[in-house]
Design a protein around this ligand. Structure first.
Ligand SMILES: Cc1cc2nc3c(=O)[nH]c(=O)nc-3n(C[C@H](O)[C@H](O)[C@H](O)COP(=O)(O)O)c2cc1C
Length: 273
């Protein structure tokens, strides 16, 4: 557990950290901030809000903290929405590797996502070297399910898709699982709190947008989760521990497709009460 360190020399007792601490872990004593670590979840709002830079956290890298710069946060809402609307699930990729600085930016977007109680328990696996092994195993597993389970008899769309996926892959006619993307990003967790799925979903969504802003494209791959649910050997292929839960995955790479316009969506079902 990290220690919250208050510099008593520079603390002016303004109480902004007390006001912003969601757990009530900070009080003012003799006009100086004082932290009850037993209540602290390391969210670091006290670090962020302090006008004197009097608060720091042990066990964290102080050098990664960036100072507020209003100019850099000036993204027009219309431009942001434009980016969101032009994001598409990409299923055609160039045969081009992803630069390590871009991958690092995508991980950073995931790392900086909010998590329930600030647990920060998302883990990221980037499948590159083992991609062929994972793909092979997953496609075979989905095929087995399609042809050998009664359940799939009532799922003609997926049954046909998994059979075709297997056939095309075996005949070198294309990869309908990962679309020949150069990398697959997986988010896992050992967090049994019940919010692990939500934490991973939020992180993935931000990672996707970071990828888009870096010129990359993404497609979530729910079928990998289906395959892993049926065949836990794929978890081992990915070096996942027994207590580690696969939550979601997406492929990423440089798009080999250009979209000329946005798409339609159903009207939002909204209730204001
Ligand atoms: C949780 C989730 C799982 C998905 N799994 C797959 C998948 O396995 N294969 C695939 O081709 N697309 C998959 N998709 C992509 C959806 O089909 C896609 O988001 C939807 O058709 C809307 O298209 P758009 O993302 O371009 O707006 C998945 C999307 C989500 C959110």
């Amino acid at each position: 557990m990290a220690n919250v360190i208050i510099n008593k020399e520079t603390c002016i007792g303004c109480g902004l950290c007390v006001k912003d601490c969601s757990n009530g872990a900070i009080i003012l004593e003799d006009k100086k901030a004082k932290v009850n670590l037993k209540l602290c979840n390391e969210c670091s709002h006290c670090v962020a809000v302090c006008p004197q830079a009097s608060v720091s956290m042990s066990d964290y890298d102080e050098n990664e903290i960036i100072k507020y710069d209003k100019g850099r946060l000036n993204i027009a809402p219309d431009d942001f929405l434009y980016l969101l609307k032009f994001r598409r699930s990409v299923r055609q990729f160039k045969n081009k590797d992803i630069e390590s600085d871009k991958l690092a930016g995508i991980i950073e977007a995931g790392r900086y996502s909010p998590t329930a109680s600030n647990r920060q328990s998302n883990r990221f696996i980037i499948i590159k070297d083992k991609l062929d092994d994972v793909r092979n195993s997953a496609i075979n597993t989905l095929y087995d399910m399609a042809v050998n389970t009664d359940y799939m008899k009532n799922q003609p769309v997926y049954r046909n898709l998994f059979i075709k996926m297997h056939e095309d892959y075996k005949n070198n006619k294309g990869d309908r699982l990962f679309f020949n993307a150069p990398a697959v990003m997986v988010i896992t967790s050992e967090n049994k709190s019940g919010f692990a799925d939500i934490d991973a979903g939020i992180a993935a969504s931000r990672m996707e947008l970071q990828a888009v802003s870096s010129g990359l494209g993404v497609c979530y791959i729910g079928f990998l989760k289906s395959a892993i649910t049926l065949n836990s050997d794929i978890k081992k292929l990915m070096d996942m521990g027994d207590n580690e839960e696969f939550i979601l995955s997406f492929v990423l790479g440089y798009p080999d497709v250009k979209y000329q316009r946005t798409v339609n969506r159903k009207p939002a079902d909204v209730r204001i009460i």
